[in-house]
Write a protein that binds this ligand. Sequence first.
Ligand code: ASP
Length: 350
Amino acid sequence: MCTSSVFRCRIFFLILLIVFVGLGVVSSQPVPRHEIGIVVHGGAGTILRSNMKPETEKQYRDTLTHALMTGYGILRNHGTSLDAVEATIKILEDCPLFNAGKGAVFTHEGTNELDASIMDGRTLKAGAVAAVKHIKNPIALARLVMDRSKHVMLTGDGAEAFAKEQGVALVPQEYFFTQRRWNDLLKAREADRKQDSLNRLNKQLNPVDTSESKHGTVGCVAIDEQGNISAGTSTGGITDKRFGRIGDSPIIGAGTYADDSTCGVSATGDGEYFIRVGVARTIAALMEYKNLSVQQATEEAIKKVGKLGGTGGAIALDKDGHIGIYFNTEGMYRAYIDENGRPVVKIYND
Ligand code: ASP
């Protein structure tokens, strides 16, 4: 071929490329391979329509919608499910309505001890922190544990030393004060005083109080356009907790789990029961080994909690974007994007 025909050939292909790019046939953006999806919860418990003031309900709905849409926006902009889960949970942690971050409940001693965990379903890597007292956004620290340490769970002072090393600013305990949660503690202390010491010990070992004041944990599960599933959970635990009590939320397999081959899960409820059942991993295992759908698996695990006497619920999202939600309480703050791409927020048992 002579030089001029090579040149004409090159020009022809160049024009062809320009036309394709113009038509959107060739694009620099990654081609979406998977439907994106996201589901959020803000705790389960005795949440009754008859007890809810309209303005309070609006605040819950608005915050859940804002958190959901923030995560969804990250997914739509080709972001990862890990980033979506972290950003969504941070918004709920910063809102005093929920028992996580700013709205955390008080321990028996009048302090706040926070727990959180996050898991990456692509690598099965996970990070968690427990009983931290000065971390504004525990979910972000859990992510740092996953990304920048060789460990899965750090607790208390050690977790905070790690936070300092990572350049995370610590906040004073006063940051977590809210009058509502303080009143809950005063009520719980009063109830404690009325019991003899044996009953008190029983209560610590078998917490059965399902009042709303003991719930409000937050969680999120998302799947990104690469088909990667991530899940996270953050909580202040339960009001009046003692002796360094830690619940299910920071425990991988109990409060949080994610595996791209099955689903992601975030749970909420009476932590002791969720630990004993290993709720989050049970849901994934029921899908993996028994071929249950994500909804069936979620129901089965929570029903097992119920049989033992525990209350609560879980949200889950499978690898095809199907959502599983189930709770055995009167209500559960929850939000998700439906199949038409619209946000849905629900609170009560309907
Ligand atoms: N599961 C949390 C805990 O036991 C509390 C909750 O979800 O309401 O610490």
